[in-house]
Every structure is written in C-alpha cells, then in structure tokens.
Design a protein around this ligand. Structure first.
Ligand code: GLP
Length: 233
C-alpha cells in the first residue's frame, strides 16, 4: 500500500463518463498550452480501445482550441502481423476512423508502428529514434487493460522494457476480440519508454477495470500489474 505520493490531483474519480471526458479535455488543453509555451510541438503518445473513442471525438470537436495541427502523434502499440485480411482490425484503421479522418488540418507528425513490417525489431528501434528526434514524449494518454496492462505491456513486463514485439495474453485477447483472435502478437512502447513521458494520463472506466485500478494504485509496484509502475512517475 503506497499512496504516499498520491495527492488529490493525481487520482480523480468522476460520477459519470461524461464528467471524466470534459475534465480530461480541459486538463489536456492546459498541458498542450504548457508545451506550446516552451515553445515546442507537443509530442503525444496515443492509445486505442473503447475508452478512447469519446475522447478522440471531443479532441477533434475542439481541434483548433487544442492546436491538434501542432501535435507529433505516436501510437502506443499495433497488432502484428497486419495483412490485407486483418487490416480493418489494426490500430492504424482504428486511428483513421476515430481520429485522423476527423482532423481538418493534418497533425505535424503521425506515427503508428508498422504492423506490416518483416523486421519488427528494426521498426521498433526506428520508432524510438523518431520519438527522440522530436525531443521525447511530452504527454502520454493511456487506457488500462483489465489485467493492468498499459499499451501492450502485459503482466510480467520488465520496467526497463523499450518498444518491442510481445506476445499477448489470453485474457487480453478475450477482452479485445470476440471468437478466434486474429492476432497473438503486437508491437508496443515499453514501460520504460512510456515512463519517459513528461506527463502521463491514465483513464479507466467501468466495473471491468475496477480490480486493475485498485491494484495499480494500492498495491506495491509489481510486474504483475504493469500500470503499478506509474506510481513511480
Ligand atoms: C488495448 C490497448 C490498450 C488499451 C486497452 C483498453 O489493449 N493496447 O492501450 O488501454 O486496449 O481498451 P478498452 O478501452 O477497450 O478497455
């Protein structure tokens, strides 16, 4: 149980999803303005999943206010391997549907790990290099897996992990797909890569996330709950 460093500003509980998304939008706006004042293009790690869909809608509704055209966007993860047959289930497709197709002025930089690569190790290195080239991550917006994963850093992930190819666990595949899963692997930013972000926001909604939230916040930092590593951030 280590909540010592936890101020009320660090963990916020909302009565409704709507309240959460509105507060989040305001918070994100403040953070973006702080980065722009440096002056710097905000470099942002973006997540996928159902939790993020209303957020992308709101961000794109207020894209001028949030200066979305100034953003360097790096997605946290992508399934592997992507083929023509499964491409509609890729995070590339998700991002186009929920975010990029709604953006009017293109973002400064759009980077999603290439799930079609034949050389994932090189792709992951290149991805990390590009983040460094634009000055590192300013803000990471994360969801939470029911098993406590962040990005696709599954339970057991090394806190020193960098962007890499990983094997997805059964519970994640069951949560993300109905029936036979079209993927068993993914490329993901590592725990260490995520922790390098200057500011990190995690959003979790609903009963299915309650146990993961509880473990991430209240348990001692443990590899069993990758989100618990955020306590040290
Ligand atoms: C996927 C992503 C995670 C995301 C999680 C939660 O597994 N790799 O980054 O946090 O989904 O998804 P949902 O919001 O649908 O519960």
């Amino acid at each position: 149980m280590s909540l010592k460093k936890t101020s009320p500003h660090r963990i916020r509980v909302f009565e409704s999803a709507n309240d959460l998304y509105h507060a989040l939008l305001d918070h994100l706006e403040q953070q973006i303005h702080t980065v722009l004042k440096k002056p710097k293009n905000p470099t942002i790690a973006l997540a996928t999943g159902n939790t993020m869909i209303p957020l992308y809608r709101m961000i794109t509704d207020y894209q001028d206010r949030l200066h979305v055209d100034q953003w360097n966007c790096f997605n946290l993860d992508e399934y592997y391997p992507i083929t023509d047959a499964n491409a509609t289930l890729s995070f590339y497709a998700y991002m186009n549907t929920h975010f990029y197709s709604r953006v009017q002025k293109p973002v400064k930089l759009k980077r999603i790990l290439n799930g079609r690569t034949e050389d994932p190790a090189t792709e992951c290195l290149e991805f990390e290099k590009q983040i460094q080239e634009v000055g590192g991550l300013d803000i990471a917006i994360l969801g939470l897996g029911q098993n406590g994963h962040i990005g696709f850093n599954e339970p057991g992930s090394d806190p020193d992990s960098r962007t890499r190819l990983v094997t997805l666990q059964e519970d994640t595949l069951m949560a993300n797909f109905k029936g036979i899963p079209p993927f068993t692997q993914a490329m993901t930013m590592g725990i260490d890569s995520i922790l390098e972000s200057r500011h990190i926001i995690v959003i979790a909604l609903g009963k299915s996330k309650a146990a993961a939230v509880h473990s991430a916040i209240k348990e001692t930092v443990t590899r069993r709950v990758p989100a618990s590593f955020l306590q040290d951030h």
